[in-house]
Write a protein that binds this ligand. Structure first.
Ligand SMILES: [Zn+2]
Length: 232
C-alpha cells in the first residue's frame, strides 16, 4: 500500500473531525450525565438487594409473630392452674414449666423487637436510595439534554467535514481507505505516520529486516503501535 498525498490530506481533515468528536465527548455535561447514570445504576442495584433483604426480614417477622401467638396460648393454659392444683397436681412442675415458657416468650419478643428495628432501618435506607436515584435522574436528564444540544451545535460543521472527507476518499484506493478507517475506529490516530530516522512516533525503531519494504513510499504496519508507517 503506497502512501499518497490524498491519504495524508484525508487524515488531516479527519483530524479536525476527531477534534470536534473529542470536544463533544469530553464536555462537562456529558461527564455529568454519565456519572449520574452510574449513580442511578448503583442505586437500583442496591434497591434490588434491599428488596430481597426486606422480604427475608418480613418472612422472619411473620414467623416470630406466629411463635409468639402460640406461646401466649400455651401460657393461657396455666390460668387453670388452681383447678389443676386442687386436683392434686405438682405445683413445682407447673411453675417451672410456666416460667420456662415465659422466659422463652421474652427471648422471642426481644428477637422480634430487634427484627422490627432492622426492618425500620431497611425502610430508611430504601427511602434514602430512592431519593438519591431521583436526584441522579434529574441530573442525568438535565445534562443529557445539554450534551445533546452541544452535539447538535456541531452537526453542521461535522456534516461539512464529512462531505469533504467523502470527496477526498474518491481519490484513495478503497482497500487503503478501509485499512485507515478500521484503525481510526480502533482509536488509533494519527493512523499514517512518517518515520523519523527509522523511528516510529511510538518510539520503536523499525527493524533492519523490514526497511526494504518501505521502498517506493510503501506503508507497512508498525509492529508496536500498529500505525501505518512510511519513509519520506
Ligand atoms: Zn509505532
Amino acid at each position: 500500500m503506497p502512501v499518497s498525498k490524498e491519504l495524508l490530506e484525508y487524515q488531516r481533515v479527519d483530524g479536525t473531525l476527531r477534534k470536534i468528536e473529542q470536544e463533544i465527548a469530553s464536555s462537562e455535561e456529558r461527564k455529568k450525565y454519565l456519572q449520574a447514570r452510574k449513580v442511578m445504576k448503583t442505586a437500583l442495584d442496591k434497591l434490588d438487594a434491599l428488596d430481597r433483604h426486606a422480604a427475608d426480614l418480613i418472612r422472619l417477622r411473620d414467623e416470630l409473630s406466629v411463635r409468639i401467638r402460640e406461646m401466649s396460648k400455651g401460657l393461657d393454659e396455666y390460668e387453670d392452674i388452681d383447678e389443676l392444683l386442687e386436683g392434686g397436681a405438682d405445683v413445682g412442675f407447673y411453675k417451672k414449666n410456666a416460667q420456662a415458657l415465659l422466659e422463652k416468650l421474652r427471648t422471642v419478643k426481644a428477637e422480634l423487637a430487634k427484627l422490627l428495628g432492622e426492618i425500620d432501618s431497611v425502610a430508611a435506607e430504601y427511602k434514602k436510595l430512592m431519593e438519591q436515584g431521583k436526584q441522579a435522574n434529574k441530573v442525568y436528564k438535565e445534562n443529557k439534554e445539554k450534551a445533546e444540544k452541544i452535539e447538535a451545535s456541531h452537526s453542521g460543521e461535522i456534516k461539512e467535514i464529512k462531505a469533504k472527507l467523502a470527496e477526498i476518499a474518491k481519490s484513495i484506493a478503497p482497500k487503503v481507505l478501509e485499512y485507515y478507517t478500521n484503525k481510526r475506529q480502533e482509536g488509533i490516530f494519527p493512523v499514517v505516520v512518517q518515520l523519523n530516522d527509522w523511528m516510529c512516533v511510538c518510539g520503536v525503531e523499525l527493524p533492519l529486516l523490514h526497511r526494504s519494504e518501505l521502498a517506493g513510499g510503501n506503508m507497512i504496519e508498525c509492529e508496536h503501535c500498529r500505525r501505518l508507517i512510511y519513509k519520506a
